[in-house]
Design a protein around this ligand. Sequence first.
Ligand code: AMP
Length: 284
Amino acid sequence: MAIKTYLRISELQQAVTEARAEGKAIGFVPTMGALHAGHLSLIEKVQQHSQFIVVSIFVNPKQFGPQEDFSTYPRMVKSDVEALSHCGVDAVFLPTAAEIYPQGFQTYVNNMDMASKLCGQYRENHFQGVLTVVLKLFHIVIPDVAAFGKKDYQQYKLITRMAVDFHLPVKIIGGEIVREEDGLAMSSRNLKLNNQDRQTAPALYAALQAANHRFTTGERHIATLKKIFVEKLQNSALQVQYAEILSQNSLQDFASDTIDEPAVFAVAAFLGGVRLIDNIELGL
Ligand code: AMP
């Protein structure tokens, strides 16, 4: 079936309803566009469980702070739709902000625990914006399965939690981080790096790998692992915003100073005004 684009909620819903009536399971991948292989890997994931695939492209204004990069976020809808037309996607949802947020909009979703960690400390209301738009998109699409990348580890955990907390009839799948050949985690924001910063950027993952190497060879002391990461970037243009080792399960700090259950080492850093995030799972 040829790919179709939808600007209106009602039109998308009609297409999804028809697909469901044909007995197809609905797979959904929400994105903000400027698509790359990370996004495409999530499409492949949902294709394993569903026959009608919806991808949304919506740069959600409510998840950007006033000082953040909403206005300069990469937008390239035409080439995105072209790329999706080769991936077995059936429907691309391209709503306007007015379509998603009706006049007088005033109802939000808030996580009261995990959202305050990691990026939540620095991006006020970011996860409120994410959870609100994802819940809205879930209500619009009513997918059987939806995929989220572990690149945005905290987001993936929060959405998984929301699905449980709100009894959402959707299976949430996590996708592994897709990286460039030099190790940099793929991100739409990488397009905003200048040539020199693009050369520097892989150092973020290299520093995580250095810590992970020590972890795999037996180091369990959290402060030591963090130190390895920070020292690796000491003379780099990368300005670390946070480097934290939390429980994978709860996204809370460990009660002791050593890792005694599966952990995630999550980091954020600025490079030439571009904010990069990355993480590595420290499995036991
Ligand atoms: P975004 O367009 O950045 O909002 O991302 C849309 C989805 O793609 C989210 O679930 C992200 O976690 C996921 N994603 C972004 N970058 C990657 C990556 N490098 N590897 C895997 N998933 C990713």
